[in-house]
Ligand binder design. Structure first.
Ligand code: SF4
Length: 429
């Protein structure tokens, strides 16, 4: 997330503290502060107390709106997935299906549109979905897009609906590099970004915040200064820097800095320092995110308590089953496949959100007897391993996942629920 992320993190830290949840929070939840805020407070209390069975809802959701993509980015796993599943379903979840999810939507503070492969804007109902959610619930909305369909009409609609934030996956500052990494129409995407910035100015709107994503690798590393200049020129609100990870994509060879961390770290510094330098000259600094420079080989400090099993629901794209999404609370483990035409969302709390396997996660994520997948996730050594030896990291993760399921099954028996299928292996790995 963009510029407000740092401020939100601070607020989150405060309201996630034991002091807040034990003193102010119980009082606040009885004040007329609106359903979304009340749910956040209830959620904080339940997560700090470690409740297995919850009455609050997730306040953050990530939903894939389409498995279809108009691009075939070389750095995307779409190539591998389409080869593995010659029959694949678009699952462009429509407005009616969204309306069935009101029990989830009405409590969300933040809804992010992305997940696995697929361009969210290929969903023909996208603007209607945005309009419905914004007008009915006022939810904060985020979109990660390739930017190719963000034409002036789409941009105007999103600005009118007060869409909050759009992150555009550019990863290049020149046509040549773009065609090596992405393969689409660089000029069109750049023009689209310029257009949305111009319309915002014309409407005197600050939203949506525009971010440009740049996943650093051995091909685009020569453009670290150019991408900063381009972000300025396009009036982007921020530049989002990350590292490219070699995966099951269309690149012929590994172009990551995974085994060359000093070079990768050098380039990270080059981006941040150049943005600072230009900012100094222009007297307006470009925000480069994350605030903490993403060095490849830096061990993260031991992860503190994690509250994802209370506050987040992910509905990732599922291409091999019709009308389906994969359900999880984080990127480490997928728990279920949900058929959104079969599942009764009116029973969301009782059946899905308090499912025995989610209860198991809540009981063990922050306890001394951590479940194997959270133990793996929180171990600082594995953070480093993920960046430097992905094969070994995956081996450890698969082992942890197998142990997770053995323990989860012995914890509580899972009932049969229409539309919910248990997933014992992360899809697409
Ligand atoms: S694996 Fe566990 S600790 Fe890691 S993000 Fe998921 S829930 Fe949190």
């Amino acid at each position: 997330m963009g510029i407000r992320k740092e401020a939100l993190k601070t607020i989150d830290r405060i309201i996630s503290s034991k002091e807040f949840t034990s003193t102010l929070a119980p009082v606040l939840q009885y004040l007329p502060i609106g359903q979304i805020k009340k749910n956040i407070i209830k959620n904080k209390i339940e997560s700090i107390q470690g409740c297995r069975i919850v009455s609050s809802s997730p306040y953050r959701a990530i939903i894939n709106t389409s498995n279809t993509c108009n691009y075939r980015c070389k750095i995307c796993e779409i190539h591998f997935l389409h080869k593995k599943y010659p029959v694949h379903y678009p699952n462009a979840i429509d407005l009616m299906a969204f309306k069935n999810m009101n029990q989830i939507l009405e409590n969300l503070y933040l809804l992010e549109f992305f997940g696995n492969v697929g361009e969210p804007l290929t969903n023909p109902d996208f603007v209607n979905i945005v309009r419905y959610i914004k007008q009915r619930f006022g939810t904060r909305l985020f979109l990660n897009t390739n930017g190719s369909l963000l034409n002036s009409s789409m941009a105007s609609s999103l600005i009118t609906e007060k869409f909050d934030e759009i992150l555009i996956s550019l990863h290049a500052a020149s046509e040549e590099t773009y065609s090596k990494l992405i393969g689409g129409d660089f000029k069109r995407v750049v023009d689209n970004i310029a257009t949305i910035s111009a319309i915002k100015k014309q409407y005197r709107e600050k939203k949506p915040e525009i971010g440009i994503a740049f996943a650093l690798n051995q091909i685009n590393e020569r453009e670290v200064e150019d991408i900063v200049c381009l972000a300025y020129k396009l009036k982007a609100n921020y530049l989002q820097v990350s590292h490219y990870y070699h995966g099951l994509n269309g690149m012929e060879k590994d172009i990551s800095f995974m085994n060359m961390s000093p070079c990768g770290n050098y380039k990270v510094n080059a981006i941040y320092d150049f943005a600072k330098f230009i900012g100094h000259l222009k007297r307006k600094e470009l925000t480069v995110l994350p605030k903490k420079r993403p060095y490849l080989d830096e061990e993260e400090p031991e992860t503190p308590n994690c509250y994802a099993p209370w506050n987040t629901i992910k509905m990732d794209g599922c291409i091999e089953y019709q009308n389906s999404h994969y359900i999880s609370v984080c990127n480490r483990i997928t728990l279920f496949r949900l058929d959104y035409t079969e599942f009764d969302f009116n029973g969301f709390h009782e059946t899905l959100w308090n499912h025995p396997y989610l209860q198991y996660m809540r009981a063990t994520v922050n306890s001394k007897e951590q479940n194997p997948i959270c133990r793996l996730c929180k171990n600082p050594e594995n953070h480093k391993l993920r960046n430097t030896d992905n094969v070994e990291y995956r081996r450890r993760r698969d082992e942890a996942m197998q142990q997770f399921w053995e323990l989860a099954e012995s914890y509580l028996k899972a009932p049969e629920i229409k539309g919910i299928h248990i997933i014992k292996q992360n899809p697409y790995t």
